[in-house]
Write a new protein. Sequence first.
Length: 224
Amino acid sequence: MSDAKQVLRYPAVVAEGLDDWRFFLMRLHARFETGSFVKGLELVTRITEAAEDANHHPDVVLTYPHVDVDLHSHDVHGVTSRDIALARRITAIAAELGIASAPRDVSTLELALDVPDAEEVKPFWRTVLGYADQQDWPEVMDPAGRNNTLWFQEAPEASGEVQQRFHLDIVVPREVAEERVAAAVAAGGTLVTEEFVPAFWVLADKHGNKVCVCTADGREPAEG
């Protein structure tokens, strides 16, 4: 497999030293603090030019007052050398424009449904949401990348009205995770388990509703 097709895992991406970017859920994520819509449009225009030159195109969201950029090689469903190269170019463009990054602010909210058998329910959720299957992973996702992914977590006893069926997974940069967990506990939450740290911490609110604070460290596959 060529370097352009080789999917990179968490350790390899971290080793690239992309200070403006964070890697989780098989994508590179960055936020640039433009401070104004006009400055944001200037950055997006420059990113568009770089993407056209590279023939490799990121997902870009322009808002006031920042620009969010996700990089992902759709043909192999992961991050490759093409994404690394374009990430470096986008970082250089932002520096040229005097725009700072805010990598600690990036996150992705996933929805997780506890089910005894994912394959029994995936067709329904894929259809009712208008989603598509994610390859080699028990989840369905919005092809346009706008709405939250729904993934199915194996839970053999997840049946009946008493058991909680939905919980939230909030994926954050690795260096943010402990702070986020501590803040949630201070706000009245309970730390349910640290068994799976650093992949994820399980917390619950005062009513017992659970949420996972997740990172790519230990959660993403170590090797392709």
